[in-house]
Design a protein around this ligand. Structure first.
Ligand code: ZLV
Ligand code: CA
Ligand code: ZN
Length: 393
């Protein structure tokens, strides 16, 4: 029945907008929005579209976006074109002041994290509109799980772009959920720290943010997400950070994720969950150095689903596009409570999966060094659980 903890059925709604697939960060950029189109094509080829409602919505508006973002920044996003930027002058200077088109290494065009892409405003309004509509579907009680794989842009700040993210759809969605639910948990399994979301709610007693991430020296976003960062004021102990070394495997990851999220749910009693499912924590990612399999990544999604609390699933990072698409397709099946075949059906993108033998579940790196010692993992877990116990007291 729908109400049992790991019950097979949930009412799932799904947002997909093909206007996002063609967005181009630039030839040398690692972020490829087409991966969402690839995930969608896979989801369709497995016949999963028939098991979910499709969320159709208008793009987010200027007012939706400026509910969180600075108006000057929203104005810039709404007016910037690649042509105006390339013309130099005022447009370029203003864009750069908001961290758009700003090379971190002078004269190296590849060092631009946040390029002034064509159709920028439209792109932002579409992925943010999807997350807002998903949040509204949960708030209205129309669905148990809502999915937007084009969302999850966790680095965007109130007044600047960061880490490939321009508008923070997660913050917008959480604000929407707070109109209906007393407390919301945010959990982030992208390999990067969810800094934009943590900052937005760092002093909130109603939002608990949890990020698992690579915390090695100089890893982006540098200096954020330390074990000791626990929130402030009303938000004290309501920010949770789980920094990891390179090479984490499925077993070690779940050994942290399961007890920490169990405790979070127990002490905070959220009425809704938002999960950022960035695929750059998967084995072989060119930015991350973790060693998770798709099954290991999805096991975290299945665990959050088992609480039977309204659940918003979002995308995020992930830079081996065939791996990410396979992962988000599998996680869509997990949301639906369906097991799907490992053999990828024939479809428009199937040549992308040749390197993984046309299987959904590709093998993790065998013999990769795991820099997370048992001692370090135990210490991290105990520190986090001790902090969480402060909320129960
Ligand atoms: O997956 O970048 O490290 C959610 C997400 O979490 C940096 N950026 C910046 C800050 C100073 N540095 C170096 C500048 C690098 C600029 C070019 C790349 C170009 C090619 C390949 C990889 C990168 C790159 N950029 C790797 N890591 C970065 C990070 C940003 C990571 C954002 C993760 C976003 C969507
Ligand atoms: Ca994370
Ligand atoms: Zn990431």
């Amino acid at each position: 029945s729908p109400s049992c903890p790991d019950g097979p059925k949930r009412r799932v709604c799904y947002y997909y907008d093909r206007g996002i697939a063609g967005v181009d960060y630039g030839e040398d950029h690692v972020m490829v929005p087409r991966r969402v189109d690839m995930a969608h094509a896979l989801i369709r080829s497995y016949g999963l579209l028939g098991d979910m409602s499709r969320l159709r919505t208008r793009p987010a508006t200027y007012d939706d976006i400026s509910a969180f973002h600075d108006r000057g920044y929203a104005d810039l996003l709404g007016s910037l074109t690649p042509e105006a930027f390339a013309g130099g002058g005022e447009a370029e200077l203003t864009a750069r002041s908001f961290n758009i088109g700003e090379p971190s290494k002078k004269e190296d065009p590849r060092s631009v994290d946040n390029p002034p892409i064509a159709g920028l405003w439209d792109y932002c309004c579409r992925y943010a509109g999807g997350s807002l509509a998903a949040a509204r579907a949960l708030a209205a009680g129309r669905h148990d799980i809502a999915i937007n794989w084009s969302g999850g842009m966790h680095h965007a700040c109130r007044d600047k772009a960061s880490g490939f993210c321009y508008v923070n759809d997660i913050v917008l969605a959480i604000r929407e959920l707070l109109a209906a639910f007393a407390r919301v948990v945010y959990v982030d399994i992208d390999v990067h720290h969810g800094d934009g979301v943590e900052t937005a709610f760092v002093d909130s007693g109603r939002v608990m943010t949890v990020s698992f991430h690579q915390g090695t020296t100089d890893f982006f976003p540098k200096g954020r997400g330390k074990l000791q960062d626990v929130g402030v004021g009303e938000g004290l102990y309501r920010a949770v950070n789980v920094p990891l070394h390179a090479g984490m495997d499925d077993e070690g990851y779940y050994g942290l994720f399961q007890p920490i999220m169990e405790k979070v749910m127990e002490v905070f009693q959220p009425e809704a969950i938002v999960m950022q499912c960035g695929g750059d924590s998967l084995s072989g990612d060119p930015l991350g150095s973790q060693n998770l399999s798709i099954a290991g990544h999805a096991r975290c999604v299945r665990f959050m689903r088992s609480f039977n609390v309204p659940l918003l699933l979002l995308g995020g990072g992930g830079y081996t596009i065939n791996h990410v698409a396979a992962c988000w397709c599998y996680e869509t099946a997990v949301a639906l409570g369906k097991e799907i075949d490992d053999d990828i059906p024939q479809h428009c993108y199937d040549s992308y999966y040749q390197s993984q033998g046309y299987k959904l579940h590709y093998p993790v790196k065998k013999g990769l060094k795991n820099d997370n010692t048992n001692h370090h993992v135990t210490q991290t877990k105990n520190t986090v659980l001790r902090n969480l116990a402060e909320l129960a007291a």
